[in-house]
Design a protein around this ligand. Structure first.
Ligand code: AMP
Length: 121
């Protein structure tokens, strides 16, 4: 799947749309989800043009991958969930119901989250 540079997270990265920023460095941006599914719900995205976890894992540089993962404990400390715990979810592709075609990791916490999945019938 080709990267669509007009997706909403690309527009946030270009500053065309505001976001509630939690963390930023040269490789990543983290901001609060606009429709939170938990008391804490933050999206971590790479600044590079990657469609999904699948795409990011295949094509991103080692520096980008390291920066992405090193950002997580900084963000979870900032959010106050590093000790209490959190769930990280990445939807990738059609079966996952990924809506925004720019790789993002959901970080959810601040409360008990319950079972991992509720599958449709
Ligand atoms: P996914 O279904 O994994 O692609 O998740 C996309 C997420 O992006 C959803 O949880 C949306 O609520 C969130 N979202 C969409 N637009 C925005 C926005 N402008 N700012 C913050 N979060 C957004």
């Amino acid at each position: 799947m080709a990267y669509d540079s007009n997706n909403i997270f690309a527009r946030i990265l270009r500053g065309e749309i505001p976001c509630d920023k939690v963390y930023e460095d040269s490789h990543v941006l983290a901001f609060r989800d606009i429709r939170p599914h938990a008391k804490v719900h933050v999206l971590l995205i790479p600044k590079g043009p990657y469609v999904s976890l699948e795409d990011f894992s295949a094509r991103a540089s080692e520096a980008e991958i390291v920066a992405f993962h090193r950002a997580i404990p900084k963000i979870t400390a900032e959010l106050g969930v590093a000790v209490t715990g959190y769930r990280a979810i990445a939807n990738s592709g059609a079966d996952s119901h990924q809506e925004v075609p720019h790789y993002h990791l959901h970080l959810l916490g601040g409360q008990r989250l319950g079972p991992l999945l509720s599958l449709p019938h």
